[in-house]
Design a protein around this ligand. Structure first.
Ligand SMILES: [Fe+2]
Ligand SMILES: [Fe+2]
Length: 284
């Protein structure tokens, strides 16, 4: 059991079984990567998916965004709420399809979606006081932080079940159990998937390091992004928002709060706001 039986590359090579980034999210990412995403092209991409249009408009008109008047077209929603807000909204709704479309005996997918969305809204709330653009990035990273779990549970389900046994029966920490059985963790797997999906490098890093909060680089915003997801993941577990594969958690460290640039009171307030946001989002 101590020898890795797969490598990330071997698992990634199983492309037919690997969760793919849904079309709308993939097209938005491509345009963002080419720096050619405009309000018009974003509205055009969303408009290709009728059910997504309905869901984006429903959310845009929900109490969550506190609009004073009805928004009835995607163009209008982009104008009123801004390109970054609608972009992350469309990405989040599009990515939720991965959680709905995959089944695993080992993962409560609905619970994992609530945990992931919760992590997204909390990460956004922790960063929102200082930088709105970075907050939207933190939202998306939070939503996809545990995506590696879905790939592992889908492609190597028996090994995934063994990692859970090691965690639950022998108290081995999650990433360590995964490394013992697989040779890599779900966090590293998620980082690789984000790379394949063409998410920017700072997203890949925040996902790959969401269990340790340490960054490889020295970029100030990357540190905030990475630690906001790290903290939000812990807070979701503490608050029991959704269902995580491993509900165990350690205390929130002062150094992570400092790296995000907040104190404990701000964290508590941000979390309360985010919890209210999550309940609004889940009602739509
Ligand atoms: Fe995780
Ligand atoms: Fe998580």
């Amino acid at each position: 059991m101590s020898h890795p039986i797969k490598t990330i590359a071997e698992v990634l090579a199983k492309v037919n079984d690997l969760p793919s980034l849904p079309t709308v999210a993939a097209r938005i990412n491509e345009e963002t990567d080419k720096e050619s995403l405009t309000s018009k092209s974003l509205a055009g991409i969303i408009s290709q998916d009728v059910s997504l249009v309905t869901r984006v408009l429903k959310l845009a008109n929900s109490a969550y965004y506190g609009m004073s008047r009805q928004v009835d077209t995607i163009d209008h929603a982009v104008t009123i709420l801004g390109i970054n807000t609608i972009k992350s909204l469309a990405m989040a709704l599009s990515i939720s399809g991965i959680f709905h479309d995959h089944h695993s005996d080992e993962i409560d997918m609905k619970g994992l979606w609530v945990h992931s969305l919760g992590c997204g809204v909390i990460a956004r709330s922790l960063v929102a006081h200082s930088d709105q653009d970075l907050a939207e990035k933190a939202f998306l990273c939070g939503i996809i932080h545990d995506i590696g779990l879905i790939a592992i549970a889908t492609i190597v389900p028996i090994e995934f079940a063994h990692t859970k046994e090691l965690m639950n029966d022998f108290g081995v920490p999650q990433c360590e159990a995964e490394k013992q059985i697989l040779g890599f963790s779900h966090a590293e797997m998620g980082g690789k998937m984000a790379e394949g999906w063409k998410f920017p490098e700072d997203y890949q890093e925040a996902i790959a390091l969401h269990h340790c909060g340490k960054t490889n680089g020295s970029d100030h915003n990357s540190k905030i992004l990475c630690n906001s997801v790290y903290l939000a993941n812990k807070i979701c577990k503490i608050k029991k928002l959704g269902v995580s594969v491993n509900p165990n958690y350690s205390k929130v460290s002062q150094s992570s709060l400092e790296l995000v640039g907040i104190n404990k009171d701000q964290m508590v307030r941000s979390t309360e706001n985010a919890e209210a946001d999550l309940h609004q989002l889940l009602m739509v």
